[in-house]
Design a binder for this molecule. Structure first.
Ligand code: SF4
Length: 90
């Protein structure tokens, strides 16, 4: 049997990225003009919160939205999707 067919897509190493790779993915994004970004302090604050959140997988992926938090946290208008209230709320 082909090894590829036995791999679970949900936990395959190929779908995991490191925090550095997630940051690199953000750097390569072509954002629409006018996209507002969080400043460095806010970005770090958000990631600090994510780092201790039970919803974070692999240090990069939010289980609530499936997004890379190193990308989402850069976008000023994006919030934390945690049910019951944003974990990023000040
Ligand atoms: S639920 Fe919110 S705090 Fe938790 S990992 Fe997702 S974005 Fe971060």
């Amino acid at each position: 049997m082909d090894d590829m067919k036995t791999d679970c897509k949900g936990c395959s190493a190929t779908v995991r990225v490191t925090p550095a790779e997630a940051e690199d993915a953000f750097a390569k994004l072509r954002l629409p003009p006018g996209t507002r970004l969080a400043d460095e302090t806010e970005y770090r604050r958000r990631l600090d919160i994510c780092s201790s959140c039970v919803e974070l997988e692999y240090g990069t992926t939010c289980r609530q939205c499936g997004c890379l938090v190193q990308v989402r946290a850069h976008l000023a208008s994006d919030g934390c999707p945690r049910p019951g209230g944003s974990g990023w709320k000040k």
